[in-house]
Design a protein around this ligand. Structure first.
Ligand SMILES: [Fe+2]
Length: 363
């Protein structure tokens, strides 16, 4: 960790009475294995970028950590703390923003409303000291803190509470975001770059499901985008379920409410403006996969979750790794002028997991 980043974390930790400074960790530095992998990925990104203008972001997803307590120092063997790596990458690669694809996992590992809120507080803690760039959060199906036993009472973590807690941070840090009915979905216009980053909540109606209100917002967010701009959409669940589902007879393939309507919104938009949507980026499946369908690029990131070999559908790819010795997230860089984006793996799998997509001139 660069000294500047270390100081920032130390400052925030000092502001929280129950927390001791992260500065006790290895003299305020990231583990050497992390430094090496971060530098290598950032170098690959820079080489591809060259002198071109890019819009870039880190995409961390499916952290799936059950940590209940804020530690006195980061435990880098726990994936919850790997978001600190993404923050370091965003600074070094000069990314425009960060995306957290959801499923920090508040409803497993001794679930209860109290524990869900405690886990959420740990996630907030590792993010709230990072004010350099906006972080866009997408709520995952494991982030509501589970259904109460009667399935009628409110969930421990509502979409509104999630939005206030996480996407509210970017506002507190001075970034201008537009929000929908609550702060769990909205968009961020990257200053000076004609780029709209739209973050979605794919569990705002049921376990997987998108509300009518959110669909309306998504449609307007795309339609009101000025000519000459490029958009990207983010969510947890791969709404194009055919490439994201697990091969499991106990799971329903198309169980996401209004998934077809969601796909229609994106497809209708690219029919009208074929070069104006880089794609939809998500997690949830715990494997890498991607496909273009009717002009929309659907991209899935593996992240930190697991998936059995027999559950992987055609095209799905995974890399095994130890969270104590490696990380797994990506940098995404979009070049709107030439209509390409490239994904650079940070950590497990390395350059073999990089992906290039051309999104211009589809029709
Ligand atoms: Fe997950």
């Amino acid at each position: 960790m660069k000294r500047r980043e270390f100081l920032r974390l130390g400052t925030v930790a000092a502001a929280l009475p129950a927390v001791r400074s992260f500065g006790a960790v290895a003299g305020g530095e990231l583990p050497p294995w992390a430094e090496a992998k971060i530098d290598e990925a950032v170098a690959r990104f820079r080489a591809w970028k060259g002198a071109d203008e890019v819009v870039s972001f880190t995409f961390v997803t499916d952290v799936h950590s059950h940590l209940l307590e804020i530690a006195s120092k980061p435990d880098f063997s726990n994936s919850r703390y790997h978001v600190l790596f993404a923050q370091a990458v965003a600074d070094r690669a000069e990314c425009d923003f960060l995306v957290d694809g959801g499923d920090h996992d508040y409803d497993n590992g001794n679930p209860s409303p109290e524990n869900a809120l405690k886990r959420m507080a740990v996630t907030k803690h590792v993010y709230e000291g990072y004010a350099a760039k906006p972080v866009l959060f997408c709520l995952g199906n494991h982030d509501h803190g589970s259904y109460p036993a009667d399935k009628k009472s409110p969930r421990p973590i509502s979409s509104a509470l999630f939005g206030d807690t996480f996407n509210g941070l970017a506002e507190k840090h001075g970034f201008k975001l537009a929000f929908g009915e609550n702060k769990s979905w909205g968009f961020y216009d990257v200053p000076g770059k004609k780029f709209r980053a739209i973050f979605c909540n794919t569990s705002d109606d049921g376990y997987y499901g998108v509300s009518v209100s959110q669909l309306d917002f998504l449609k307007k967010a795309l339609e009101t985008m000025p000519e000459g701009w490029t958009a990207a959409a983010f969510g947890h669940y791969c709404v194009f379920s055919e490439i994201g589902h697990w091969k499991n007879p106990n799971m329903t393939l198309f169980s996401c409410k209004r998934r077809k309507e969601f796909m229609d919104v994106l497809e209708s938009f690219v029919q009208k403006r074929p070069n104006a949507l880089a794609g939809y980026f998500c997690g949830d499946s715990h494997f890498d996969n991607e496909m273009e369908l009717r002009g929309v690029n659907w991209t899935i990131f593996q992240g930190y979750g697991g998936v059995g070999r027999a559950n992987k559908p055609w095209g799905a790819r995974t890399v095994s790794f130890s969270r104590a010795k490696d990380m797994l997230f990506d940098i995404v860089a979009v070049k709107p002028s030439v209509g390409e984006f490239k994904i650079f793996r940070v950590g497990a799998g390395g350059p073999v997991c990089d992906r290039l997509c051309v999104f211009h001139n589809r029709f």
